[in-house]
Design a protein around this ligand. Structure first.
Ligand code: SF4
Length: 499
């Protein structure tokens, strides 16, 4: 898929006295850049004060040595953002900072909550907390920060665990997808929702601890992988080390299957399985499931490369390149608007006519979401002289929107929402089209099929989702007047119902 899905965010946290924690966080965010490219931010504590630096742009655009050097401390969190709730504006960049009395805390969120209206309405009923501008951001993450602040103990605790106490009061109320990193002046906290929709791992430095969305971010700071944070788990790291694990909810693992298909870096491991190898196995499964006589297997670069390698290996058809990707154009999905998304396909991919001309091609990609890019790519291949184009997709048709932290837009924008595979083949103008079946896909991951969310492919939503009218990203902005008038919450759609 070429830039049709946008991930919510990447998060990183480090507790390492004596180490340059802001620089380590910068490296971690750099490794997680693919998870969010609209804004980047770092919060650092020196034990007394939390300093937050955040801005719109890529990690390397937001931070340079001049901005990192003053961020002195022993504890930091960082965040890369793609907007799934709230507009793409500076005020929605993270980490979110919230002062509470003389203290404060910062929060970074990967995911999307499904009960924001209910939560916001709750805050709206709290005197003085929602006066229109009191919450200076429209993200569900800012809403969580407000809820936490409200639950802070009235008296500062002698053990300093105020944030942890407040968090434990709030977490059971949250529904949807959330992997949080939080910090106050002295503690680093990691949290994963009870389904563990989004990954969060724990790593060990020689003199400290790291939390990160993906294992690849541990590698870049020389941290050793310790374990995944479990669904429903909260961990606290402070001067006394790592606290014993505590659970705020019954775990029911439902990792996003698209982490394996597309989101996660190939060098990341999920459920103990390497993502790149799993993607190659998906291609092998696809070749066994949907063979075709052809002269060359080629990927849509770069998303289709490992599955195309697997398809070629299993089919015996030679692997080759038919498209060149401009390395200097970012993933299309960094642009939040559809208009911008379609415009830069030609800038990004260019055919290799000498490799394509007269050949029957098997073209492999990991998914098709909106289909506009795929259609243009097929047209490019035909113009370059392809004799036949057989499209193979290493995941099932993407038919339902994600409400847990990935931006697909509305259901009406999804190509497969109301079309059969035959109709899609006609739309794309391909000679044949096949999608990998869901059970073959989960088998290829190496993890149990029951441990995944497959809602966008199956329509089975592990958590009830709001029946949102309009753009799901802007629910809080739309909800603001609703809250102020104490109107009714948005209706809830049951799992399995289509949007
Ligand atoms: S709906 Fe799809 S993209 Fe969203 S969490 Fe589930 S599998 Fe992932």
């Amino acid at each position: 898929m070429q830039g049709q899905l946008a991930h919510a965010c990447g998060v990183f946290g480090v507790y390492a006295p004596g180490r340059p924690v802001a620089h380590l966080t910068y490296l971690g965010l750099y490794a997680l850049q693919h998870r969010g490219q609209e804004s980047a931010g770092i919060a650092v504590s020196d034990g007394n004060t939390i300093t937050v630096v955040k801005d719109m742009g890529l990690v390397t655009q937001v931070f340079d040595e001049r901005r990192l050097a003053p961020l002195d401390g022993h504890l930091a969190i960082g965040h890369n953002r793609y907007s799934t709730t709230g507009s793409s504006t500076w005020r929605n960049a993270q980490p979110v900072y919230r002062s509470v009395g003389d203290a404060g805390f910062a929060l970074g969120h990967n995911g999307n909550l499904t009960n924001v209206s209910e939560l916001a309405e709750h805050i709206g009923m709290l005197p003085g907390m929602l006066g229109g501008e009191d919450i200076d951001s429209t993200t569900d993450s800012a809403l969580v920060a407000e809820l936490i602040a409200h639950e802070y103990p009235a008296e500062t605790r002698s053990d300093g665990r105020d944030l942890e106490i407040a968090l434990k009061r709030v977490l059971p109320r949250l529904a949807g997808g959330f992997s949080f990193v939080l910090m106050d002046e002295a503690h680093l906290i990691g949290v994963r929702d009870r389904h563990g929709f989004w990954p969060l791992v724990l790593g060990r430095l020689d003199t400290g601890w790291v939390l990160a969305s993906e294992t690849a971010a541990l590698d870049i700071v020389d941290a050793h992988f310790v374990r995944e944070i479990e669904p429903g788990e909260l961990i606290v790291i402070d001067a006394s080390g790592l606290s014993p694990p505590t659970y705020f909810a019954e775990p029911d693992p439902k990792l996003c299957l698209f982490e394996f298909v597309y989101f996660a870096r190939p060098d990341t491991n999920l459920y103990g399985h390497n993502v790149h190898a799993a993607r190659q196995r998906m291609g092998e499964e696809l070749a066994r499931q949907s063979p075709v006589a052809a002269d060359m297997v080629m990927p849509i670069p770069e998303s289709g490369i490992p599955a195309a390698q697997g398809y070629a290996r299993a089919s015996g058809i030679p692997y080759g390149d038919g498209l060149v990707k401009n390395r200097y154009v970012g993933r299309t999905f960094i642009q939040p608007e559809q208009k911008q998304r379609g415009a830069d396909v030609r800038l990004k991919l260019n055919p290799l006519p000498d490799n394509i001309r007269g050949k029957r091609l098997v073209v492999v990609d990991d998914s098709i979401v909106r289909g506009t890019t795929t259609r243009q790519v097929v047209a490019m291949l035909r113009e370059a002289g392809a004799a036949e184009v057989h499209f193979r997709v290493s995941s099932p048709p993407y038919r339902w929107p994600c409400y847990y932290g990935m931006d697909t837009g509305r259901r009406s924008e999804l190509l497969a929402a109301d079309m059969t595979v035959g109709e899609i083949a006609n739309y794309l103008n391909v000679d044949s089209l096949a999608y990998l079946e869901l059970d073959r896909l989960t088998h290829a991951t190496g993890a149990p099929a029951t441990s995944f969310c497959t809602a966008c492919l199956s329509g089975r939503y592990p958590v009830p989702v709001p029946e949102l009218q309009g753009d799901a990203k802007l629910v809080l902005e739309e909800a603001r007047p609703l809250l102020q008038s104490a109107d009714t919450p948005l209706p809830v759609r049951e799992p399995g119902a289509s949007a």
